[in-house]
Design a protein around this ligand. Structure first.
Ligand code: PEP
Length: 265
């Protein structure tokens, strides 16, 4: 397996990056949480963040996408699915296609989240095919990558990130019509975010890979995810190369998610 030669860089040596002139993306992953009553949380978020200097995306469970799209019609908040199938339709019991997400009003989709990779055994090649399906349906994929604690402790973080990037991004991916979320698995839902240096190093690896692969193209957002909350968001969003945050637990309550959106501005 021939990985591109990319040094990890450090907080000090990380190549100066040119951020695109876009707003930071603040994405809320509700995971398997939320009943109809939770639509109020989404409408409260949309109402109170109307002036926000951020692209706000909520990823509710599939069951709420249609109603949330209806409730947030005309607002600045976008909606995404948490996964999609590789095919548009067919005999795939329990699955949802990218076309179905778009039909319900979604504009984004999370792909390759570690809970899909680890709990559902999703390999990078499958994620790449889902990315293709998402783009075909007109959705913006947010492709999640990140190392486990065991991989980090074994010194494999850079290799894991490069492997995941190389194999989860389809060969025919041409433009920066996607986003990357760096989510160290050990920081998700633990209350312990990665350190500044760990995040900056990982983002430098990702940016160098993207620069090699998409020379000259504008960089996609690179989000950090893993125990982002109302207190640490301002600091994490200010780190070199970070273009937004993917937020799990703290996106379930309007109060904490709004503070994170505010921190982005
Ligand atoms: C996530 O699941 O994508 C996530 C970042 O969760 P949390 O913010 O709860 O760590």
């Amino acid at each position: 397996m021939n990985l591109p030669k990319i040094s990890t860089g450090t907080a000090q040596s990380a190549e100066r990056v040119h951020m695109p002139q876009t707003l930071p993306m603040i994405a809320g992953n509700w995971k398997m949480n939320g009943l109809k009553a939770s639509l109020e949380v989404a409408t409260a978020i949309a109402a109170a963040s109307a002036e926000a200097r951020a692209d706000v995306v909520i990823f509710p469970p599939f069951t709420l996408i249609g109603q949330m799209a209806e409730a947030l019609k005309g607002s600045h908040v976008s909606i995404g699915g948490q996964d999609c199938h590789t095919e548009t339709h067919g005999a795939y019991t329990g699955d949802i296609s990218a076309a179905m997400l778009a039909d319900m009003g979604a504009s984004h989709v999370l792909l390759g989240h570690s809970e899909r990779r680890l709990v559902h055994g999703e390999a990078c090649a499958l994620v790449a095919r889902k990315v293709q399906a998402a783009l075909k349906a007109g959705l913006e994929p947010v492709i999640c990558i990140g190392e486990t604690l065991e991989q980090r402790l074994s010194g494999l973080t850079t290799d894991v990130l490069l492997n995941q990037l190389r194999d989860s991004l389809p060969d025919d991916l041409e433009t920066a019509s996607f986003h990357i979320a760096y989510e160290p698995v050990w920081a998700i839902g633990t209350g312990h975010s990665a350190s500044d240096e760990q995040i900056i190093e990982a983002v430098a690896v990702i940016r160098k890979f993207l620069s090699h692969r998409f020379a000259g193209a504008p960089h996609p957002h690179i989000l950090y995810g893993g125990s982002v909350n109302a207190e640490n968001a301002g600091h994490l969003l200010g780190l070199e190369g970070i273009g937004g945050a993917l937020v799990g637990g703290a996106s379930l309550k309007a109060e904490s998610f709004l503070k994170i959106i505010e921190a982005a501005g």
